[in-house]
Design a protein around this ligand. Structure first.
Ligand code: SF4
Ligand code: SF4
Length: 190
């Protein structure tokens, strides 16, 4: 039996809320430990710089502007219901560690749980949300500029990977290695 859009949204919301609760709990229990470790703090600093560097490149070459026209002016866009579940527990935990509030309510009815009127409300975002560029970008923006953006994303995405590895290792040490799937993406109805 196929689900209605409302049923799909309810399922997607339940899954992301579960992940949000788990990330909040991990932050409450271990956040201060992690933030007192020099290696983690250094990676968080590098990650934040990487995000700024990627954002600057996207603004400079115009991918942000294309997404805005597509999403706001044309009412299309790709931050849709369900895509919030690209966001893992670790990504949510990273937002806490970066002292960035995780939105608690869906703001755009037909959108991803985390999209707002001004775009994505997360600071740490899933890989897919950062390195996906659709055909529109490649048609409207010069190839050299798209290559530049991809290069500039390197610092952010490499540091995200290193942070994920470091946090999962420490969480496994504290909690044991069973039933701890911090990286599940979950598309509940697929
Ligand atoms: S990636 Fe493409 S489809 Fe998605 S919002 Fe941007 S322009 Fe639109
Ligand atoms: S960029 Fe942000 S709002 Fe868009 S799908 Fe990804 S997490 Fe959701």
């Amino acid at each position: 039996m196929s689900l209605t859009p409302e049923e799909k949204k309810a399922q997607a919301t339940a899954v992301i809320r579960e992940k949000m609760a788990r990330a909040q709990e991990l932050f409450t229990r271990f956040g201060q430990d992690f933030l007192s470790e020099e290696g983690i703090v250094r990676l968080l600093r590098r990650y934040r710089q990487g995000i700024e560097r990627s954002n600057q490149a996207m603004a400079q070459v115009g991918t942000f502007a294309e997404c805005k026209v597509c999403s706001v002016d044309e009412g299309r866009g790709c931050c849709k219901v369900g895509l919030e579940n690209e966001t893992t527990v670790i990504i949510l935990l990273l937002n806490h560690l970066l002292d960035h509030p995780v939105p608690q309510e869906r703001e755009v009815e037909e959108g991803c749980f985390f999209v707002g009127k001004q775009g994505c409300r997360l600071l740490a975002k899933p890989y897919l949300c950062r390195d996906y560029f659709c055909r529109r970008h490649f048609e409207k923006i010069a190839k050299e500029k798209m290559i530049f953006v991809t290069q500039e994303l390197h610092q952010e995405l490499e540091t995200l990977y290193l942070l994920e590895e470091a946090l999962i290792k420490r969480l496994r040490e504290r909690l044991g290695g069973f039933l701890l799937d911090f990286q599940t993406r979950n598309y509940p109805w697929w």
